[in-house]
Structure formats: C-alpha cells, structure tokens
Design a protein around this ligand. Structure first.
Ligand SMILES: Nc1ncnc2c1ncn2[C@@H]1O[C@H](COP(=O)(O)OP(=O)(O)O)[C@@H](O)[C@H]1O
Ligand SMILES: [Mg+2]
Length: 362
C-alpha cells in the first residue's frame, strides 16, 4: 500500500475531543481532516472547517462524506457497523468493521480474548432476570452486571452485592443483554496503546497506570509503577491482541493487574479494548516525540510510525465538570500542560479538558 499523499483528507467519524486532538496532530503533517457527526458545536469543529453533519443512518450524508475524504478513521467506537460497511465500499476505513464488531460488544471482546489465550475476567451472558438469577449461582458476590453494548465511564453497570436480587440488578442495568462479570480484586489498572499500520508495522507505548473515580478515568501515571515482569506481560498481551485482531490504526487495551497470579499463572487480565485514541494516552502529546494521535494519522495514511520512547515521566489528570475552573491556577504551573476542549456548559462528570504534569526525565 502506498502512503496517502500529503495534502489528502482524513475523514473522522465523531466530533469529540479525541477527534479534535487527532485533527490537531494531522495538521503539521499537511493532512486535512473532515469530521462526520450528527452535531454542531463539538470540540473537533473548532479545529477543522470541514464537517458533514448527519446521522450515522443517513446514507446520503455518508456518501457525501465518503466523496470528500481519502481515508476514514474514527474517534467513537460505537459507529453502527452498517455505516462502516457502507463507507468501506467507497473509501478505506481504518479500523474496519471486522475490528469494530468485536470492540462494540463486551461478550465478543472477552470471547475473542479467551479464544486467543488472552486472560480475561470470568463472565456469563444473560438475556433476562431469570437467566441472571441462574448465572449468579456460579458467581461469588460482589460481582458486576454490565450492558454488553454502548457502555462508557461506568454507564450501564450494576455492582451486585449480597442483598440485591437478580430482578433489581436486571432492572437497573436498563439494557436488553447483559454480561455478568466476576469482580476482580486488582492491585492496579493499567493500559497500553498500540499503533499498527496497514503494512503491519507496529509501535507500542509503555504501560501506564490508571486510577478511576466513580468509574471515570481520573489520572494516568506514566510509567506504571509495576515490576518489569508484569509490564512485559501487559505489553505482550496488548501486542498479541492488536495483531490477532489485525487492527489498522490504534488499539487501547485496558487491563487489571491481579494481586496474585490466577490458576493459569496469569497476572494481567484484559478488561476492555478501544480501537481509537484513548483518554489514557493524552499524556503522549506532551511527553512523547510522537503522540498517540500522530501515530493514528501515520498508521491510517501508511506513513512510517513514530518513535514511542517518552522524553518525560508524566501524570495526566482529567478536568471533569467544575475542575475546569482551576485552569488559570494550573496555567501558572510551569510543568503543567493544560488542554481545554472548548465545550460550552459545565456538567458534573463531563470531560472538559485535561492537564499533563511533566515529572522529569523518563
Ligand atoms: N470485573 C471487574 N472487577 C473489578 N472492577 C471492575 C470490573 N469491571 C469494571 N471495573 C471497574 O469499573 C471501571 C469501568 O469499567 P469498564 O469495564 O472499563 O467499562 P467502561 O470504561 O466502558 O465504562 C474499570 O476501569 C474498573 O475500575
Ligand atoms: Mg473502561
């Protein structure tokens, strides 16, 4: 595959902050970006003038978008498969529907991992309160019920304690299909981001550690404070998954580090994957020679991938809701790199921006 000529247009499905930061990374390489999304007034529209507004079901809008771009990537993994298949007949789409089909569904994701000898949480699929009740007999409480699709930031998740009935848990999930998961008692949560281009070249960022508050990412620390053995296991899991899934673009892999190895001797389990730029990779903008966003641009245009060795250690803190009001104070800190997404209207838990603190040489 020949590289996409500089000056070509990368189409991005979705107009959020991940699309904004991808568009910002494309510009210095001379690539234009064109957003497809159902909304105006989103972060990505502030940095590129090219936008096709339409729903993901609107084939006329999708066709116009396909005509305007040379390659398509995405910043939101829940784009309907039908839209991706429609686009793929007209223009290359990276990552393609084969990857998205799996990444959109927690059951397919964990089944894929299991079939490929990758450690993951024990799970059962349930379609009703009755099935959940039966499945609960094989699980120790507490355990977790999650919607299989469309989940993010803990939405659609129910923590099932001793006193909760299957019916109560089922009703609070509010989804037609659920996945019941064993509760993992982890020592930490880590993630790895892998870039892979159409010619199979890969670049893997180091393992980072993620802390969540109310199931929303709060901070990412790079590097993760884990032993070299565990880091090697996490990197091996992430690179295997990326090549087994044949991802073109980025794959972010969220993992649990177990307190003790499980019966199979595994110390790292896959939690979920996202085939797009990831919140836990924002730090790479300020601490690496080539950010996750630039790697995505290079991967989908079939250019050489960039170096991944960071120059600085870093801590990324999300600015949620009111946190954005601290921006001025943070801007006085010489080691703080403040990124605001330009969202209007502060809402509790809404991702308004982030700040990356550089913590000295890597
Ligand atoms: N099986 C589990 N055991 C323990 N904690 C979990 C489990 N599943 C999820 N969590 C916690 O909830 C967070 C969000 O869950 P996750 O599966 O990543 O869904 P999403 O990020 O799509 O909302 C995880 O990062 C982790 O902190
Ligand atoms: Mg998650």
């Amino acid at each position: 595959m020949t590289p996409l000529p500089f000056g070509s247009t990368i189409g991005i499905l979705g107009g959020g902050q991940l699309g904004q930061m991808t568009a910002l990374a494309a510009a210095p390489l001379g690539y234009r970006t064109h957003i497809f999304s159902p909304h105006d007034d989103e972060p990505a529209h502030l940095v590129t003038p090219f936008h096709t507004k339409g729903s993901f079901e609107d084939e006329a809008a999708l066709a116009a978008f396909a005509d305007a771009v040379d390659v398509v990537t995405l910043e939101w993994e829940n784009v309907p498969l039908k839209a991706l298949e429609f686009l793929e007949k007209r223009v290359p789409v990276f990552p393609g529907p084969n990857v998205l089909r799996i990444a959109q569904d927690r059951v397919l994701e964990k089944t894929f991992a299991r079939d490929h000898n990758i450690g993951t949480t024990d799970f059962a699929v349930v379609h009703s309160a009755k099935e959940l009740d039966a499945a609960l007999k094989n699980f120790t409480r507490p355990c977790l019920l999650k919607s299989t699709r469309m989940g993010y930031d803990g939405h659609g998740q129910v923590f099932i304690k001793e006193d909760m009935t299957a019916q109560q848990a089922w009703d609070s999930m509010k989804a037609p299909v659920g996945i019941l998961e064993a509760f993992v008692s982890f020592s930490s949560e880590v993630s790895v981001i892998v870039a892979r281009s159409a010619n199979g070249e890969t670049a893997t960022f180091p393992v980072v550690e993620n802390r969540h508050k109310n199931q929303i990412l709060d901070t990412t620390t790079a590097p993760a404070e884990i032993s070299d053995d565990i880091a090697a296991e996490a990197l091996a899991l992430a690179t295997k998954l990326t090549s087994d899934l044949q991802v073109v673009g980025l794959l972010a892999i969220e993992m649990f580090v177990l307190k003790e190895p499980n019966a199979k001797g595994q110390r790292v389990l896959m939690n979920e994957v996202a085939p797009r730029p990831h919140n836990s990779g924002h730090w790479t903008i300020d601490a690496c020679p080539c950010s996750q966003y630039e790697q995505l641009v290079r991967a989908v245009t079939n250019r050489p991938l960039g170096p991944v060795a960071p120059h600085s250690r870093a801590v990324m803190q999300n600015l949620l809701g009111d946190d954005v009001l601290k921006a001025d104070a943070l801007m006085k800190n010489p080691s703080a790199h403040v990124h605001l997404y330009g969202k209007t209207g502060i809402r509790e838990g809404r991702k308004m921006g982030h700040v990356t603190f550089l913590r000295g040489a890597w």
